[in-house]
Design a binder for this molecule. Sequence first.
Ligand code: SF4
Length: 310
Amino acid sequence: MDELPQLNPAQQRTLSLLRRSAEPTVFDSELVDDLRNQSNEAFAHFADRLDGRTLFVTKHTLSSVHDCEVHFLAPDDFEWTPARARGQVAHKAIQLMLNWRGEPSPRELVDDALARLGDEERDFGRWVAALSPGDEADLRGQAVERVSKFSECFPPLDVRSNPVTEAAAQWPLDHPILLRARVDLVIGRPQGRESRKVIIDLKTGRVSQRHREDLRFYALVETLVRDVPPRKLATFYLDSAQPIVEDVTEGVLRAALRRTLDGIHRLIQLQVEGEQPIKKPGVSCRWCPYRNECSEGQSYLRGGDDEIDP
Ligand code: SF4
């Protein structure tokens, strides 16, 4: 018989926070029907206002539109950098780790992840393939740090718990408005109507309410797609070796639906119907392209550091 691995205290803490309770979690099928009916009804009204456009709604779109609207509408000058890319590389390496035979080192996993990503025919793959030696070393170092922290804080994941990284979900199948989720890590799967899935986002840095809202959105999409809500949501802070965990409840799902529909309504007002955006100074002033000329943003940035990183 295989020996059970010895867990360190951080791994034990993670295990106990994510563990199933003795009482099975089962949601009423009427709740799921109600969430879907409300979504369908709202989407039908929204579609009439889209003027032929298509809306892809992600956690990022929602958190941005609920934040400063002027920043949300600013031109997107996104460019990959080692700091921005480390999450993608680390997730790929963790995906490899979950399926690798033996015990590869974080460095081996990251090297393999970089080679595979660099072969992909998409913008990110082309960027990885063209990295300078310095940027590649920088990216490798940052990704190795994340993978090392993950392996130190997470108990080894048994294949029977069905761990999946970068798990994608979309609802509905075909509509001008599509809700899209891509979850860092999913563990478990429903058994009949019993909720057994745990949805996990991996983060570095500080705790943010935004992270909780992101996970609630994922829980909503999971419920609409598969009819069985997840049982738990966890934002795992790698730097602190600690997850912040929330049980999925009817209230969580209804709040996620309300926030999602409010966000789509505002997206249409801003992007299709030409409503004026409202400035909302806050944490996103730090990376806003207007931060040097916006008086509200300047005043916020001078005023303190009581907010949190994304
Ligand atoms: S600096 Fe802040 S308040 Fe000003 S537009 Fe940017 S995010 Fe909004």
